[in-house]
Design a protein around this ligand. Structure first.
Ligand code: ASP
Length: 275
């Protein structure tokens, strides 16, 4: 299991991401801007499996997935298996803002990035020594690190965002739940917003974030809805997953059946970081 320094680094990263998002919300910014900013911070932090520090696929290459959704409008943007962008979540946002499509994958998504001024990066620059070493040593053991954020702003709007390098040693071209609206990411102001982590194949098959949002109906607390959603993944697929969830009142909940899932959230005006 990861060393203590690794935990500390993750905690620092979570705090930085939370503070960036919280500053936006305090200044009347949108939930969408807040989740994007939190995700950018986490993508830029090599300790997480997203952006720089993404895990490597079977060919030893990085292919990243990301998506986001705005609960007021149901606008969404998603990218799968992108290889040359610094921040996949900014590319997902550009896809959403451009408005014609929701989901772009592979070379076409990278092309879209270059056309729309989303910063490019050399593929090698996304590979950290740590991830290279895991790949060389053929570590089969999973390791957490997908990033996600949900937010509720002063205007009562919700948003969700998710970004990942996917799962270690995945087949080239494999796209996971983090790029799939309704699976890894979902937001609807009338229900709630959610971001998921865990085995992408199981999360897609259970349309986990959309299902969790449905579980909020009738004013069910997000903690309970999150637990129900994870129980469903467990019972129907036997796989590990985790979810963060926020409802239309701004109440938060989370649940996971994996060994760990780091979270940061505000409770009674106090920042809580669990790692
Ligand atoms: N859900 C991600 C995927 O399957 C991986 C993870 O969350 O660890 O791509």
């Amino acid at each position: 299991s990861p060393a203590p320094e690794f935990h500390e680094a993750r905690e620092r990263g979570l705090r930085r991401a939370f503070e960036a998002a919280w500053t936006i919300l305090l200044n009347n910014g949108s939930a969408l801007d807040a989740v994007v900013q939190a995700t950018v911070e986490l993508e830029n932090d090599p300790v997480f499996n997203a952006g720089v520090g993404s895990c490597l696929n079977q060919d030893g290459e990085v292919e990243m997935d990301a998506s986001l959704m705005e609960g007021a409008t149901l606008r969404a943007g998603a990218v799968g298996a992108v290889r040359t962008v610094q921040n996949p979540i900014l590319l997902a946002r550009a896809v959403m803002e451009e408005g014609r499509h929701v989901f772009l994958a592979g070379d076409g998504a990278d092309q879209f990035a270059h056309k729309h001024g989303v910063s490019a990066v050399a593929r090698a620059a996304l590979i950290t020594e740590r991830q290279q070493q895991r790949w060389t040593e053929k570590h089969t053991q999973g390791e957490p690190g997908t990033v996600g954020a949900v937010a509720f702003d002063k205007a009562g709007r919700l948003a969700a965002a998710t970004s990942t390098g996917g799962i270690f040693d995945k087949h080239p071209g494999r796209i996971g739940d983090s790029a799939v609206i309704g699976a890894g990411t979902y937001a609807d102001d009338t229900l709630g917003a959610a971001s998921a982590t865990g085995l992408g194949e199981a999360i897609i098959r259970t349309t986990l974030t959309r299902t969790a949002a449905e579980f909020l109906r009738g004013g069910i607390h997000p903690t309970q809805a999150a637990r129900r959603a994870i129980e469903l993944v467990q019972q129907r697929t036997g796989s590990e997953a985790g979810i963060i969830l926020i409802d239309a009142l701004g109440r938060v909940g989370y649940a996971y059946n994996a060994p760990t899932m780091s979270t940061a959230f505000l409770s009674d005006q106090t920042l809580v970081i669990l790692d």
